[in-house]
Ligand binder design. Structure first.
Ligand code: SF4
Length: 464
């Protein structure tokens, strides 16, 4: 996917004009909203829970160095091999080398947005490995050669009929379009792949510093199979996933399930503390944990936006965002879409190249209100805009604001500007929408408000 402003605008224009897509996404998210609101009542106080979660993440992120040392020490003590990757390229190299060392031919993966962030599938396939996604939504988008549409619901943009056609075309089997039949088709294909794969790959939802454990939550049981069947397991996680204490999961697991999918708890919650120990019946013989920085420490150094590292990737901010609901997930052209993606992508991939995402926001604040860990998302979008403009001011914009400063700072100029506006208004009505309309670009998607009949000053004076 492209990254330029013009590509983003073209995709946004196309998607927001696609009424079928908009209606479909709205219907899907309406069900989520009612379920989430019902589940919030299971908390004694959702607001207090948010405050506690934000405080815990603040503590975790502000003592990240200590927590990471504690985590890795405990993991290694039980035989886990811990790797540190400063960049996406390093993480890809480490994982590729593990697969080579194991003489692997295929790898089965459970859902991991962090692996999407480092473009792992592409790298592994280029190195000659067969990669199979085992999460149903991810499996579907993989068959379509697409990236996930949403960080929690990767294939939410597809209808059952489209999935049936896809399975018929790619797998030669789609007896009907009922969810049960389609799931069974995918299940039969995947079971085979599980038995063939030499390496299982997982992401992680949380890492516990106190006990040296990785927590994975899922609804399909595919992560458990990914870690139980292949002899070697590889887990990739961003360093910000760490929580200080095991007891913190008592808050974060139900909170993630509620904010993410309107569930009381995700169906499967598994803790991993090391490879199979002597006498244990299952589990991998070897477990590698790859800790990824990829510019997270740069974000950590940014005191203003550090709280963006609190994100638990629940997707709640996407679900309530009026922009996401109209333009859809693929329009962003990023791994992380919606408000959180617009905040962190400029940090992870470059401010100037991705600043347009921070402009694609109404700044309504719905995302900040929905975020379970209280990330100040809409203010961070404003800060990104400011930082981008400060680092590389646009000459025309600077000139326009300077002119506005001069006009607004002098009553004579202001009076003159008003008069010009009043005179120009009827003329504009004549040329509106034609090639001669100087405001055509603006009025294409917005109204040009009429000038008031009198200024506030005149109104005040006339009112006596
Ligand atoms: S920013 Fe908040 S609401 Fe958005 S995905 Fe992260 S935790 Fe969820």
């Amino acid at each position: 996917m492209g990254t330029s402003v013009s590509e983003f605008k073209a995709r946004a224009t196309e998607k927001s004009g696609d009424l079928r897509h908009r209606q479909f996404i709205r219907t899907a998210l309406r069900g989520y909203e009612s379920a989430r609101d019902r589940r919030k009542h299971a908390f004694q106080s959702w607001e207090s829970a948010r405050t506690a979660a934000a405080a815990t993440k603040w503590q975790a992120v502000n003592h990240l160095d200590e927590h990471l040392i504690a985590l890795t020490g405990k993991l290694e003590a039980r035989g886990t091999k811990v790797h540190w990757a400063s960049t996406a390229a390093q993480a890809r190299e480490i994982i590729t080398q593990i697969l080579r060392d194991k003489n692997a031919r295929s790898v089965i993966k459970s859902k991991s947005m962090t692996s999407e962030e480092i473009h792992l599938n592409h790298a592994l396939e280029a190195a000659g490995f067969v990669v199979v996604e085992s999460d149903l939504g991810e499996f579907i988008v993989q068959l379509r050669h697409e990236t996930p549409y949403h960080i929690v619901f990767p294939s939410m943009h597809l209808q059952r009929g489209e999935i049936r056609e896809l399975f018929q075309r790619e797998l030669g089997n789609a007896p009907s379009d009922t969810p049960e039949d389609l799931t069974m088709v995918a299940r039969r294909v995947m079971r085979q792949k599980y038995l063939q794969a030499e390496v299982g790959f997982t992401g992680a939802n949380f890492a516990i510093a106190e006990t040296g454990m990785i927590s994975i939550t899922e609804n399909e049981g595919n992560s458990r199979l990914t870690s139980a069947l292949p002899k070697t397991m590889v887990t990739l996680l961003g360093i910000e996933k760490v929580l200080p204490r095991f007891a913190d999961l008592a808050l974060f697991l139900p909170m993630l399930a509620t904010a993410g999918a309107g569930q009381p708890m995700t169906c499967y919650n598994t803790m991993y503390s090391g490879p199979r120990q002597p006498g244990e019946p299952d589990g991998p013989d070897e477990w590698h944990v790859v800790l990824l920085d990829n510019r997270r420490t740069e974000l950590l150094a940014d005191a203003e936006q550090r709280d963006a590292l609190h994100c638990i990737r629940c997707g709640a901010c996407l679900n309530v965002c009026p922009i996401f609901r109209n333009v859809g997930g693929h329009t962003y052209g990023t791994t992380y879409s919606g408000p959180v993606g617009s905040v962190i992508t400029p940090h992870l991939r470059g401010l100037q190249e991705w600043k347009h995402l921070s402009n694609a926001s109404s700044l309504c604040g719905a995302c900040t209100e929905a975020c379970p860990v209280k990330i100040d998302l809409h203010h961070h979008l404003l800060q990104n805009r400011r930082n981008a403009a400060t680092a590389k001011p646009a000459a025309l914009e600077r000139l326009a604001y300077r002119a506005l400063g001069v006009v607004a700072g002098d009553p004579k100029f202001w009076w003159l500007a008003k008069k010009i506006g009043w005179l120009a208004q009827p003329l504009h009505a004549v040329v509106e929408g034609t090639a001669l309309d100087p405001a055509k670009a603006w009025t294409k998607t917005r109204d040009l408000p009429p000038m008031p009949k009198e200024s506030f000053k005149d109104w005040w004076r006339n009112r006596k």
